[in-house]
Design a protein around this ligand. Structure first.
Ligand code: DGJ
Length: 777
């Protein structure tokens, strides 16, 4: 809810309040952002009292001699009037002047609208406060929009420049959000990484200087995700003050945290000013992406809960928003580029046999694509591999009762392609020739309308060529050689943003043209995992790394800012193709099932025993899919000596699933508890583990302590015994109240430590895991 009380603006969500006011000089001073408070009309107490400026400060003007902007918390800052911290807006006027002086003009409260060319959050009955500021000398208007998402405890912010003056203005930076906080020494949590190592949590405490989290890769990148948190030093998972921020944008982004000379903290977020320079002609406007802000006083968990609710309800859209997502088989790690219609169909049949619902044909089906050096840009089927086309294959797959989906990488072009031979000018930096390649490919220049239309028509052709219900939209490199002949020399600084705008136009047209198709965004895994892409595609392939041990950390990282209903997670081969680590099929499944489950391995080559296990996994996932995909997710334990516990609880709190994962065995560590959370204190639940069998070979030569005859390890006899003699996991089964589950947790059965063994012991080796099912009695 938005309240304006004379010169004070108050934005209230369910649990938070955000307040600023108009100062005497017409600037906007930030006063408070935190837990919900009721001012009852009295604001004086929180307005800074300044009589004389401190030494070495510049005052705004002689008339307002007590306003030294460097020491005031502001809603927006520029350069030139005494605030020497990082600005939110920076422009060069036609006469070369860089000093900017935006002064309050008016405000309006309106129903939230979409941004013009950028994706934005949506929702019914969302109010927006728009404040108009103006630099009257140059006729430049800055419109600040605040939208209030009451239930998610989110406030979004965006900014827009409207040029009503004379001459061209160069916009050097237009960020989306500025939050000036009253103290220093916040703990900054950012999520950094690389290919196959996305979303590694990184923290530091900033008590001076500046910290920057950004992407210059042209995409939001796996290097530094745009989601960040600022918290008190004492904030933990469940307690303490925490701010969360994200950006609805898929290009170069910039988040800066600066501690100023007066020991306060400025937090900025928006498009990266690096290489950015945008010319505004009289009458033109430029809008920033929308930034997403939240606050919680119940720790990281509170921020995550707000972000999850916000992403699910106000970012993800379309027919798949709340629809259970299909379990898929993806052909990539099953056969890479080497397949035929017959081999794909064999894979589909095996997948159908275990209950999988969607067959996804990944890379390699088009042009002359037998490796990654050719054919991107030529989106016609390779008839040597698929003589009956996509249509023929899709029909066969449909006939066995599975849906059919396809992989594309529409933004890319190989030099070895008909598309490039016919239209070299479609590539980024085409006129300069010789470019640095990534995975042997160039990027199509989506700043050009003709190229956007080419991509739209090509992909429309693909989708219409067969009964396709799912599209995986990949993007496998970062930008280099940024240049386009479509822009004049002095406007090349617009390239990166215009690319993103071009991409968004393509995505808008295609997703509106094919509303029933389930799109999954991918960029070598999580190289473009952001809220911008999620406005068009309801799920993202989170990482090419399918190793369960790596995935636990990666999925935990995503969970801080994104709900599990957008995270694609697959069971793949063991040894794993990225790490060569050997992990049990059960652990691979138990980690993947917390995301949108798929399988990505050659099921045709698996043993009947493994297929039987997968059949059980798939059936179990279907039973609990609604909870796993759309329940409330909690991190209970995150990497404590390599141990993780997760929980997901249905909205009605009747059903919950817990995961306990251990990286490495710690000797003589036997008695952990499973700490549940999020259940109803007053209800009674059953707590059970998902049981399965394990191979007695895990005992190695210890088998001889129970075997009546001596078995030489790995001998034929040992292998035969192992084949027919399986042991079941320990049985955990209790009736327990919600308050015990929430508060004390369950004392799990003793883990094997080498002092004895019976059926009640928990065999919990390296990379072991258990799923716990908690259901209301
Ligand atoms: C990168 C993706 O992340 C993989 O899943 C796979 O689709 C390959 N590209 C195909 O080239």
């Amino acid at each position: 809810m938005i309240v304006v009380d004379k010169s004070v603006f108050i934005l209230n969500t369910k649990n938070t309040t955000y307040v600023f006011h108009r100062m005497e000089n017409g600037y906007l001073e930030h006063l408070y952002y935190g837990d919900y408070v009721d001012f009852k009309g009295h604001y004086d107490a929180i307005i800074p009292k300044v009589e004389f400026p401190n030494g070495s400060l510049v005052v705004y003007s002689e008339e307002y001699g007590n306003i030294a902007l460097e020491t005031r918390a502001q809603e927006i800052s520029t350069r030139g009037k005494g605030d020497v911290r990082e600005p939110m807006v920076d422009v060069t006027f036609a006469d070369g002047n860089k000093t900017c002086d935006f002064v309050y003009q008016s405000y309006e409260i309106v129903a939230k609208t979409n941004l013009q060319d950028l994706p934005s959050a949506y929702g019914e009955e969302i109010e927006s406060l728009v404040i108009y500021m103006k630099d009257v000398r140059y006729g430049l208007i800055l419109a600040l929009t605040y939208s209030v998402f009451v239930e998610s405890n989110v406030i979004t912010r965006s900014s827009k420049l409207i040029h009503e003056g004379e001459g061209n203005i160069i916009v050097d930076r237009l960020l989306s959000m500025q939050l000036d906080l009253p103290k220093s020494s916040y703990t900054i949590t950012s999520f950094q990484g690389a290919w196959a190592r996305e979303m590694q949590k990184h923290t530091l405490t900033l008590d001076g200087g500046i910290f920057v989290n950004n992407s210059k890769a042209g995409i939001s990148s796996n290097r530094n995700n745009p989601f960040m948190m600022l918290s008190d030093a004492t904030t933990s998972e469940e307690y303490g003050a925490c701010y969360g921020s994200n950006l609805i944008y898929s290009g170069n982004h910039y988040e800066a945290v600066e501690v100023g000379s007066n020991k306060t903290t400025r937090f900025l977020s928006g498009m990266n000013p690096f290489g950015f320079s945008f010319t505004l002609m009289p009458g033109q406007t430029i809008e920033s992406p929308e930034a997403v802000l939240t606050f919680a006083s119940n720790g990281f968990r509170g921020v995550s809960a707000n972000m999850h609710q916000f992403v699910r309800n106000h970012i993800v859209r379309g027919v798949h928003q709340f629809k259970e997502r299909p379990i898929l088989i993806n052909s990539w790690e099953a056969s890479y580029f080497d397949f035929s219609e017959a081999s794909l169909f064999r894979l589909a049949r095996a997948a159908k046999g275990v209950g999988i619902e969607l067959f996804v044909l990944d890379d390699g089906w088009f042009g002359k694509r037998n490796d990654d050096t050719s054919s991107l840009g030529d989106w016609s089927v390779n008839t040597k591999k698929l003589p009956n086309g996509l249509k023929g294959l899709a029909e066969k797959i449909n006939r066995i009762g599975m849906d059919f989906g396809i992989w594309v990488e529409p933004e890319m072009i190989n030099a070895d392609s008909d598309c490039y031979r016919n239209h070299p000018e479609y590539a980024v930096n085409a006129t300069l020739g010789e470019q640095s390649l990534g995975r042997h490919q160039m990027i199509l220049d989506l700043t050009q309308l003709v190229v956007q239309d080419y991509v739209i028509e090509q992909i429309t052709g693909v989708i219409e060529s067969a009964n396709i219900t799912y599209v995986k939209w990949d993007m496998n490199r970062v930008f280099s050689d940024v240049f386009t002949a479509s822009l004049p020399p002095d406007r090349q600084g617009e390239f990166s943003h215009r690319y993103v705008l071009g991409l968004y136009r393509v995505l808008k047209v295609l997703t509106e043209r094919f509303p029933q198709v389930l799109f999954e965004s991918c960029s070598s895994g999580g190289n473009r995992f952001d809220l911008g892409m999620l406005c068009y595609m309801p799920q993202v392939w989170a990482s090419d790394n399918t190793d369960a041990t790596c995935r636990v950390a990666i999925q935990t990282g995503y969970s801080y800012g994104y709900p599990m209903s957008v995270v694609g997670a697959h069971v793949s081969a063991s040894p794993n193709h990225q790490t060569l680590r050997v992990t049990s099929l059960e652990t691979r499944f138990q980690v993947a099932c917390f995301g949108l489950l798929g399988y990505e391995c050659n099921l045709v080559d698996l043993s009947s025993e493994e297929l039987e296990l997968i059949t059980k996994q798939v059936a179990w996932y279907k039973k609990y899919r609604a909870v796993l995909q759309f329940g409330d997710y909690y991190r209970v334990m995150s990497n404590e000596a390599g141990r993780y516990q997760w929980m997901v609880v249905s909205k009605d709190k009747k059903t919950a699933i817990g995961l306990f994962f251990q990286t490495l065995v710690e000797a003589n560590y036997s008695y952990p508890t499973f700490q549940a959370t999020g259940l109803d204190d007053d209800r009674i639940y059953t707590f059970k583990n998902r049981r399965s069998e394990f191979n007695i070979k895990v005992f190695g030569d210890l088998i001889n302590s129970i075997s009546p005859v001596h078995l030489k390890q790995d001998s034929l006899a040992h292998n035969i015994v192992a084949k027919f003699m399986k042991k079941e996991y320990e049985k955990e089964e209790y009736i327990v109240s919600g308050s015990v589950l929430n508060n004390t947790g369950i004392q799990l059965k003793q883990a094997f430590v080498g002092t004895g063994y019976n059926d009640d012991m928990r065999m919990f080796q390296d990379f072991a895991s258990r799923l716990y099912i908690i259901e209301e009695v």
